[in-house]
Design a protein around this ligand. Structure first.
Ligand code: HEM
Length: 375
């Protein structure tokens, strides 16, 4: 029966997640200890969130955090840059929260920035490098043209370069800013962020275009693209929940709305009433280069919650890639489970963010002095 299988599925998810949470608690560290690819899990759970002033209090560089996790030897000797910057988490959080408070649209932007960084060459801040005369960088790739929030990273970097010069990579700053941007709504860190990533020296717009998932993709393609990055079905469904905040542009859904099969039709998988609302909102698309922005989670686009999955179930996913989650039984069941269990979604989302933040491991590279250019 449908009900009982849904219930079974939710219970199963909850059980595996609780086991994960339990092991996480007993280990005294983040969910990332499961992931062999992980980088040094030095920054803890933002335990310094009681600190209001930079550098006061215990800080996050309590090295007992990562004992006994079977990590390579150098985990027991955190890199000097981590030891050297106990104020890191506090600085990143304070600047991010101040910026997001002043402009809430920055929360989704910073979250997306981290995703777009990690899916291309791993989380190595390659998205932050500027193009040069001889190289078109990631940030100039078409899917990155609506990515923003760079100035928040720059501000954190500028502050850190004063307090602990050449100690914290731009990639770590992006990861912290994404976490803190989402956490602002809750006033507590929503997932642990490991520190120790290196900044890459290569950034290519064509690599960005070929590695970033497309909003026109179907389920099979999306899952394969996630698998290519070491992520699984649950990561795909949970991380798609990021679309609970932020906007997408009409230009990317115009075919869905106005010319789905080439005969002036609308994608029949969009709920009828919602499709007419979208057509109205996008009716001036193209006039004077206008490309209206639409909440991806209708009615709830500034709140990080489970309503994205409600919208999906009601056939109000904005992109084909959102709607695609309903086309596979497992992912449809999982999104239903997330819809009905906020804690389940939050834990799963945090777990998947930790995995996403570990793509590429610590990487080879440097600690950039200026996030826009290699040293
Ligand atoms: C599953 C594959 C995904 C696809 C195909 C996809 C695609 C897109 C597209 C096309 C946009 C709208 C861009 C625009 O028109 O400005 C968007 C926005 C966004 N995406 Fe995704 N995305 C995916 C996964 C993710 C993941 C994994 C995250 C983060 C963990 C994420 C976070 C966001 C956020 C927060 C926004 C809103 C940005 C803003 O308001 O400026 N997305 N995504």
């Amino acid at each position: 029966m449908m009900m009982s299988s849904n219930k079974f599925f939710t219970t199963f998810l909850l059980l595996s997640l609780s086991m994960f949470v339990l092991s996480h608690i007993s280990n005294g560290q983040g969910p990332h200890h499961h992931d062999q690819q992980q980088k040094n899990p030095v920054a803890g759970h933002g335990r310094d969130h009681h600190q209001d002033d930079e550098g006061k209090g215990r800080g996050h560089d309590d090295h007992d955090d990562h004992k006994g996790n079977g990590k390579p030897k150098d985990d027991d000797h955190p890199p000097p840059h981590v030891k050297g910057c106990p104020q890191l988490e506090t600085i990143a959080r304070n600047i991010t929260w101040t910026r997001v408070a002043a402009d809430p649209t920055l929360a989704p932007k910073l979250l997306r920035l981290h995703f777009h960084d990690c899916f291309v060459r791993g989380c190595d801040a390659s998205i932050l490098l500027d193009s040069t005369a001889s190289n078109s960088a990631e940030k100039d790739a078409i899917p990155n043209q609506t990515v923003a929030g760079y100035e928040v990273v720059d501000e954190i970097k500028a502050r850190l370069e004063v307090v602990c010069p050449s100690s914290v990579s731009c990639a770590d700053i992006v990861a912290l800013a994404a976490r803190d941007a989402v956490s602002f709504q809750f006033k507590r860190p929503m997932w642990p962020v490991s520190i120790g990533r290196k900044d890459g020296r290569v950034s290519s717009s064509s690599e960005a275009s070929s590695n970033l998932p497309s909003p026109f993709s179907n389920f099979t393609t999306l899952l394969q693209e996630f698998k290519n990055k070491g992520l699984d079905l649950q990561d795909l469904v949970a991380l798609s929940g990021a679309h609970t905040i932020g906007v997408g542009h009409c230009g990317l859904i115009s075919d869905r709305l106005f010319n789905f099969t080439g005969v002036g039709d609308t994608d029949p998988s969009i709920a009828r009433a919602y499709a007419s609302l979208l057509r109205a909102k996008c009716s001036n698309l193209g006039a004077n280069n206008v490309d209206p922005a639409i909440e991806m989670d209708p009615g709830s686009g500034s709140s990080f919650d489970t309503h994205y999955y409600t919208a999906l179930r009601q056939n109000q996913g904005l992109f084909e890639s959102d709607a695609a989650l309903l086309t596979d039984q497992r992912s449809a069941r999982m999104s239903r489970a997330f819809e009905t269990n906020r804690e389940l979604f939050f834990v799963a989302f945090g777990q998947s963010m930790v995995k996403m933040g570990a793509i590429g491991g610590v990487g080879a590279g440097e600690i950039r002095r200026n996030c826009h250019v290699i040293n």
